[in-house]
Design a protein around this ligand. Structure first.
Ligand code: CTP
Ligand code: CA
Length: 226
């Protein structure tokens, strides 16, 4: 019975999902962040849990209720905190989904006092952050699965496929940045999921819960299980 078995397809599996934005402090009262709502990551975490997995959520600041879902929850702010939490559990995981919108750069120095208003222009020097998916991808075992996301505005497929290789992902989920109703903040999304061998699956514009189910279906199609 296909329906019954699908409920338990991830029983006994440990799954980590990074999600939400990161916040990079500028001074004690300000930060750099982005518009990620965490909704796609939460939908994925819930889908895995529903299918029997033990789910570990590493989330940046989001206005979603994560506390009552029964996840192992790691609430973080900065990229460095997110990396530390993810790295500490990575070894135990069977599947990792990198759905967080991680800041690529953060202020090189965090001002210890609130920065006062001064001249007509103000520069903040930024430094490159650790790439969590890239670093953890280096120590990925052959029995571990890594799923990444990509949000592109040009040469979408080329860039997504390059990230799939560079970060040692097994699957990458390309978000349509230009699609009305898809991506950041929305309850719906439209994605194209790429496998390493070039196979790709295009979704319609669907609720994020349905997109999550499609991603799980592609995880089940990976050769690592056979
Ligand atoms: N990612 C990560 N740590 C970072 C940056 C990205 O773990 N410091 C992960 C994201 O969670 C996502 C994937 O890497 O799964 C791709 O993120 P994206 O921002 O699209 O890729 P970048 O390599 O940062 O490239 P760019 O922003 O220049 O397109
Ligand atoms: Ca980036």
């Amino acid at each position: 019975n296909r329906f019954f078995s699908s409920l338990l397809d991830f029983k006994g599996k440990k799954v980590m999902v990074t999600m939400g934005p990161t916040q990079e402090a500028i001074d004690p009262v300000r930060f750099i962040s982005n518009h990620s709502s965490g909704k796609m990551g939460l939908a994925i975490a819930k889908a895995f849990q529903k299918q029997g997995a033990e789910v570990f959520v590493v989330s940046g600041p989001v206005s979603l209720d994560l506390g009552s879902e029964g996840f192992h929850l790691y609430s973080v702010h900065s990229v460095d905190e997110m990396y530390k939490a993810a790295k500490s559990i990575h070894d135990q995981m069977d599947i990792c989904v990198f759905a967080a919108a991680v800041a690529d750069y953060s202020p090189k120095v965090i001002a210890s006092e609130k920065i006062k208003k001064q001249g007509e222009e103000l520069s903040i020097l930024l430094k490159k952050n650790v790439d969590i998916a890239l670093e953890l991808g280096k120590s990925k075992r052959s029995n571990q699965i890594h799923v990444g996301f990509a949000l592109e505005t040009e040469k979408e497929e080329l860039h997504a496929k390059a990230k799939l290789e560079r970060k040692n992902f097994d699957l990458i989920v390309l978000n349509s940045a230009k699609e009305e109703g898809a991506g950041f903040q929305h309850d719906t999304n439209k994605v194209k999921i790429f496998h390493k061998d070039g196979k790709a699956v295009q979704s319609d514009l669907l609720p994020k819960s349905k997109i999550a189910d499609l991603i799980l279906d592609e995880v089940k199609n990976l050769p690592v299980w056979v």
